[in-house]
Design a protein around this ligand. Structure first.
Ligand code: UDP
Ligand code: MG
Length: 323
């Protein structure tokens, strides 16, 4: 068999002090089992990315590293950069150290036992392995409804994403090198990775409930994430405005003809309601159109500024520590 390759796990953490110990324990057990089966090299590590947490998350990561430098490493971001940026910061920090990297949430919602299948798929020649949820029984009805609506809406709006796949995925070093060439500030990783291409496949898992603590993605953030996903990946909303505009134009011609005929026939005083309705309707549509255009202008503004997507304060990693 081939020499086992190096796996780095990248785990973004924002205020996760309640779950970190458990996550670390379970990941260590998983690593030991993978190592004993010669599936991954002993140089493999788990990298926790502290995304500007306000609680003891970074202290815990440091303790974990000191206790077991051969398993745990840490990236400390200078401020809260957001989930997507935190994941990217972790991936970019490890891309020259690993052969493959898996990103996973800290809250144990992604099934750790799927890692075996991901690694096996990697050895079969896949450069990207998507973790896809087979069921959403553990999510609340509201979360399930909004999340599934999100994937469907994304597709309609022209951003191609893998259905029911979040950010639990394996990527090879090759893919990470290509990902580094994507310089956009408005990050939407699950849309970007499929764009890179290469041989890919999916593995299925059941999503568990959050182990402890509460979701760091309230509805407001989720909506912002969905809008960002669509406007970063598709200009369909802009085209939609044009279509609606043209439709309104056709309707107005019909209305004009109707008004003209009414005038000739001598009923010209009718029409207060239709005038009021069209003022509100057209005004509303114009505002909506402006808003959508504004959304894109805002995106362009953020992109041209080219501010760094994240700032790394510390990177603790002991490449040569012995087990
Ligand atoms: N997260 C982060 N930065 C943020 C918000 C969240 O790094 O600003 C991390 C969080 O610690 C977790 C992952 O992103 O590991 C997913 O967040 P969460 O579980 O709260 O989202 P949900 O599963 O409810 O969608
Ligand atoms: Mg979660």
């Amino acid at each position: 068999m081939k020499k086992p390759e190096i796996l780095y796990m990248v785990v973004p953490c924002y205020n996760e002090e309640e779950v970190l110990h458990e996550t670390a324990k379970r990941l260590k057990e998983k690593y030991e089992s993978l190592m004993s089966r010669d599936l991954i090299s002993e140089k493999s590590r788990v990298v926790f990315v502290n995304d500007g947490s306000k609680d003891k998350t970074w202290e815990i990561i440091q303790e974990l590293h000191e206790a077991e430098p051969a398993f745990f490493s840490g990236v400390n971001l200078a401020h809260n950069a957001g989930h997507q940026n935190a994941v990217l910061a972790g991936l970019m920090s490890v891309k020259t150290l690993c052969d493959m990297a898996i990103t996973m949430d800290a809250d144990l919602q992604d099934d750790i036992n799927t890692i075996d299948a991901m690694v096996e798929k990697y050895y079969e020649g896949n450069q990207v392995v998507y973790g896809v949820r087979s069921a959403r029984d553990t999510d609340t009805f509201f979360k399930r409804f909004t999340a599934e609506g999100f994937y469907k809406f994304m597709k309609v709006m022209g951003a191609d994403v893998v259905y029911n796949h979040a950010d639990f995925r394996l990527m090879s070093r090759r893919v990470l090198e290509e990902l580094a060439n994507f310089k956009e500030v408005n990050l939407f990783l699950r849309g970007m990775v499929p764009l890179i291409g290469f041989q890919s496949c999916s593995v299925y898992y059941e999503r568990a409930e959050r182990f402890a603590g509460e979701s760091k993605y309230p509805l407001k953030k989720m909506l912002a994430f969905a809008i960002n996903g669509i406007t970063s990946f598709s200009t369909k909303p802009l085209k939609l405005i044009t279509t609606v505009g043209m439709l309104m134009f056709v309707i107005s011609i019909i209305a004009f003809i109707w008004a003209f005929i009414a005038k000739i026939a001598g009923h010209s005083e009718l029409g207060w309601s239709s005038t009021m309705c069209s003022i509100w309707l057209i005004g509303g549509l114009q505002l909506l159109g402006l808003g959508i255009i504004g959304e894109y202008v805002g995106k362009i503004y953020a992109e041209v500024k080219q501010r760094p997507r994240y700032i790394i304060a510390d990177f603790i990693n002991d490449e040569d520590a012995d087990i």
